[in-house]
Design a protein around this ligand. Structure first.
Ligand SMILES: Cc1cc2nc3c(=O)[nH]c(=O)nc-3n(C[C@H](O)[C@H](O)[C@H](O)COP(=O)(O)OP(=O)(O)OC[C@H]3O[C@@H](n4cnc5c(N)ncnc54)[C@H](O)[C@@H]3O)c2cc1C
Length: 499
């Protein structure tokens, strides 16, 4: 969060880089700790609330090299332990410091198929950057090496300078793989199975591919062109992509095996079922699930008011219930769609908010008002059934609950009314029960998550699963990791005589 322009930041970085390169002695750890952390150049809040373009512009080359020089190249590599897919972070960071961005991209891609996505949306502050020795030495994890921004820089550099490279595909094996859904878990499985020469088909319920990366996370955090370029690569690799295909409705799971002759199936159907609250007034016109709101804005171009065929509800005062990334995304989208006031109502304190710190800070900069230790108790409507106001109660924190966080306790008699015309519910997502309902033989837990073994195998022969459908609403990188694990297992199975 800086108020300097991209030009100013680049100029400062170029100067500092020259100073370092003119030194005769190599950098000592003390010098590295003295290099200023590089802020992300970004659109000003005043400007960005009027467009849907990405907030961050990305590092310039000088900034990236300088930031990479802050890395101490620790022998024990605590950052690698913090990365769910174990990218060799010190090695790629060193390549950036040396200005060898192509080598940095090669190193990252050994472990991660979607670095441009992960560099933008991974919660690095609680993963690779948290144990970073630089942050620890400076007694401020916000000053850790910005591994995520460097990952983004490398991925963007590769796309802009080298174009998308299509991996080599092995000789055809004659085996057919169906991949259900097209989120990050599925994209990884499709790529890894196709590389082995299998005939891979993605079956996606929506008319667009990419899962939550396309329909959930807004353009201002993750440009859709980045996800689209990954989909285009899969197409060039020979993966077939079928839209508007709902497994369980268009075709049952066992029919894919018995009638369509698929040798293996990967279920990556995610956790796209919004959890609602059952509060009074939830059925009023003007109450949305965050899923619906964001899908309308992202996939159905609601933001393009003048030209879109699916304009969204015209909101002036919006209350969003929840404190995660989904709540931040919905609130910031509402602001960009023209709402005058946007309020986030969250039961715990700001410290407990599950959203990324950066997203909360961006939301506040954009004028979103946080109402912590508050909850919406009821939504009141007009005579014609539209939202008129929300009844809100105040809370205080009590003893810790099962999650280890302090339980919010309602303060008696604290209710008050807030005038709003729109309420967006963002209190979590569940797995869609359709596949289980239409395939009773497949085992799930009590929450509906698919049960798998350590290799991603479900209880049904030839059927594998991974990502949010197994983990519950999680993260892009964890979904990718699950996809990779299942793909190894699928490829081994298809090479074995049992298949
Ligand atoms: C608004 C929002 C913001 C988020 N922000 C972040 C973030 O900043 N960082 C982060 O790491 N994670 C974030 N997440 C979570 C992350 O996006 C998910 O964990 C991840 O996308 C899960 O990947 P997946 O492959 O399991 O499935 P998904 O991405 O959920 O994709 C599943 C796909 O399966 C399709 N499908 C469902 N049922 C069927 C069926 N029966 N037949 C065919 N297709 C089907 C769906 O249409 C969808 O396209 C966010 C999630 C949301 C909703």
């Amino acid at each position: 969060m800086t108020h300097k322009t991209l030009k100013q930041l680049d100029k400062e970085a170029v100067k500092k880089l020259q100073e370092i390169e003119n030194q005769e002695e190599p950098l000592k750890p003390r010098d590295r700790l003295g290099i200023p952390p590089q802020p992300m150049p970004e659109q000003s809040p005043e400007e960005r609330v009027h467009n849907i373009n990405e907030v961050g512009y990305g590092y310039t080359e000088a900034q990236a090299r300088l930031e990479a020089m802050r890395c101490l190249q620790c022998k024990n590599k605590p950052c690698v332990d913090g990365c769910p897919v174990r990218i060799d972070i010190p090695a790629f960071v060193q390549a950036v410091a040396d200005g060898d961005f192509a080598e940095a991209a090669r190193i990252i891609k050994r472990n991660s198929l979607l670095p441009a996505v992960c560099g933008r949306v991974c919660p690095q502050e609680t993963q690779c950057q948290q144990p970073c020795t630089v942050g620890k030495s400076l007694k401020d994890t916000e000053k850790s090496v910005s591994i995520g921004r460097l990952e983004r820089f490398v991925a963007d550099w590769e796309r802009e300078n080298k174009g998308v490279t299509v991996p080599e595909i092995a000789e055809p094996t004659g085996k057919k793989v169906a991949v259900v859904g097209s989120g990050p878990a599925s994209l990884v499985v499709a790529a890894d199975a196709r590389r082995k020469g299998h005939d891979v088909t993605i079956l996606e319920a929506f008319h667009k591919f990419g899962g939550v990366m396309m329909y959930g996370i807004p353009e201002f955090r993750l440009a859709k062109s980045i996800v689209q370029s990954e989909i285009d690569t899969l197409r060039k690799m020979g993966v077939k992509l079928v839209p508007n295909f709902v497994v369980g409705r268009t075709r049952k799971l066992h029919d894919l095996i018995e009638k369509d002759g698929y040798d293996a199936i990967f279920l990556g159907a995610g956790a796209g079922l919004p959890r609602m609250t059952d509060i009074e007034g939830e059925n009023l016109v003007g109450v949305f699930s965050a899923n619906e709101y964001l899908t309308r804005a992202n996939l159905m171009r609601a933001y393009d008011k003048e030209r879109a065929e699916t304009p969204i509800y015209n909101s002036r005062k919006v209350a969003v219930l929840g404190g995660g990334n989904v709540a931040m995304d919905a609130a910031r989208t509402a602001k960009r769609l023209g709402a005058e006031e946007v309020h986030i109502v969250y039961r715990r304190s700001e410290e407990e908010m599950p959203a990324r710190v950066e997203e909360v800070a961006h939301a506040k900069e954009e004028g979103i008002q946080l109402h912590t230790l508050r909850n919406i108790k009821r939504v009141l409507g007009t005579e014609d059934g539209r939202v008129q106001s929300a009844v809100i109660a105040k809370y205080e924190l009590g003893e810790p609950d099962d999650s280890g966080r302090r339980r919010p306790v309602e303060i008696e008699g604290s209710e008050y009314t807030m005038d709003v015309d729109t309420v967006i519910i963002a209190v979590g997502n569940l797995t869609n029960p359709l596949i289980k309902q239409t395939t009773p033989a497949i085992e799930t837990d009590e929450k509906g998550h698919m049960l798998t073994d350590e290799n991603g195998r479900t209880s049904m022969p030839r059927v594998y699963a991974g990502g949010d459908i197994v983990l519950g609403a999680a993260t892009v990188i964890l979904a990718m990791g699950e996809g990779r694990k299942a793909a190894v297992s699928i490829n081994e199975f298809l090479e074995s005589e049992d298949s």
